[in-house]
Design a protein around this ligand. Structure first.
Ligand SMILES: [Zn+2]
Length: 130
């Protein structure tokens, strides 16, 4: 299987709204005011300064060691707008990130399962085919 194009839309949206330092990454996020019209997502992130050198988490980030901790709220509308903006700039469908197929599940036999993207009719592009 070829490489699927991947875009981190959460980081894209956050970078569009906040001055985010190089190396900063999201370590957790939470839906706030869940189910209410005022619902938003709170992203927590930092620059991780240490990697586990041994043990079961070897090679992974040790988030206990971090700097530049920030807690950044984003509304669903803002996230959506960042996706739309990316779509306009690239001409690609953001739902499937231009791949034409969208992730639809996973099973042990086949691994990841992809289905044709309904949003762009599996073209991967926006505004109908060229
Ligand atoms: Zn699509």
């Amino acid at each position: 299987m070829g490489e699927r194009r991947q875009v981190d839309f959460n980081m894209l949206a956050l970078r569009g709204k906040y001055p985010i330092p190089e190396g900063w990454a999201i370590y957790s996020w939470e839906r706030k005011n869940f189910g209410k019209p005022t619902e938003y997502i709170e992203f927590k992130g930092a620059i991780c300064t240490e990697i586990f050198k041994r043990g079961p988490r070897k090679g992974r980030k040790n988030w206990a060691k971090r700097t530049h901790e920030m807690s950044l709220p984003m509304t669903h509308a803002e996230l959506e707008a960042a996706c739309e903006q990316w779509s306009k700039a690239t001409g690609l469908c953001y739902h499937c990130v231009g791949n034409g197929t969208a992730w639809a599940g996973w099973n042990a036999a086949d691994g990841n399962i992809y289905k044709p993207c309904k949003r762009c009719d599996a073209t991967g592009k926006i505004g109908g085919a060229a």
